[in-house]
Ligand binder design. Structure first.
Ligand code: F6R
Length: 241
């Protein structure tokens, strides 16, 4: 596990964009596993600025809310188009994200796992860290769920997401998320974390026991994880060394 300490969010974004740029230049048809949320917004901005060739790149997103149509501004496909896909030369057929409107959740999960398999696995998986230690929407649980699955979002995640919605009723309570196997099978995992509020969960994830109560702790078992984090996020971790 490699930890890159950065000064601030801007540096986190440039360093992470460097890793993604290197991946695309090394393999033009790379499969990038992508995340939404606040953490990767700067990275996506930086990638757009660099005018990279995405014409052969394939992407697979971690998750999508259930029940939100693609034209809903809070859906993750809308977020991805707005923050990255509309600004690079990626082909539409190379974009993959769970269908939040699929009526048969289970069928959609099987389709998504097949999609990961058909892509030949993920070369680089970008991850943010939830305040409760989730990765994707793999919420604190009694087990690590391997495959893509429908998940009932935890109260902590619903609360964290409330900033994007006008009322509590509008906040989705369910999502479809890639499972732990899809993430752990990636060749390289890049976890980006910023801000003091994530310091204690980052420490638990990296130094604590490997437990499904902190889903990110499974990353301790992966042989190529790069954590890009700012000083604030690393503050608790540093106290242990
Ligand atoms: C988003 C996702 C989540 C977020 C996490 C951190 O696709 O899967 O795991 O990465 O909740 O969110 P932010 O970056 O908003 O703090």
């Amino acid at each position: 596990m490699e930890i890159i300490e950065v000064k601030n969010y801007d540096e986190l974004s440039t360093v992470t964009a460097d890793l993604i740029e290197k991946q695309i230049k090394m393999k033009e048809d790379s499969v990038l596993g992508l995340a939404t949320g606040s953490s990767p917004v700067g990275t996506y901005k930086e990638l757009i600025k660099r005018n990279l060739d995405f014409s052969k790149v394939r992407t697979i997103n971690l998750d999508e809310y259930r029940g939100l149509a693609p034209d809903n501004k809070q859906s993750y496909i809308y977020f991805m188009r707005d923050n990255l896909f509309n600004h690079v030369n990626i082909k539409d057929e190379n974009i993959n994200i769970p269908n939040g409107l699929a009526e048969e959740g289970f069928e959609e999960c099987l389709r998504y796992d097949k999609c990961i398999e058909d892509l030949g696995g993920i070369d680089l998986q970008l991850l943010g860290l939830g305040l409760n230690g989730h990765i994707g929407f793999n919420e604190p649980n009694t087990e690590f769920v391997k495959g893509t699955h429908v998940v009932t979002l935890s109260q902590s995640t619903i609360d964290a997401n409330s900033r994007f919605f006008e009322s509590y009723e509008e906040i989705p309570k369910e999502a479809i998320t890639m499972g732990i196997k899809g993430i752990m099978d990636a060749g390289h995992i890049v976890l980006i974390v910023n801000g003091a509020k994530k310091a204690s969960i980052l420490k638990e994830a990296i130094c604590g026991p490997i437990t499904p109560k902190v889903q990110a702790s499974i990353l301790q078992l992966h042989n190529k994880v790069t954590i890009v984090a700012d000083k604030e996020a690393l503050s608790e971790l540093k106290k242990t060394f």
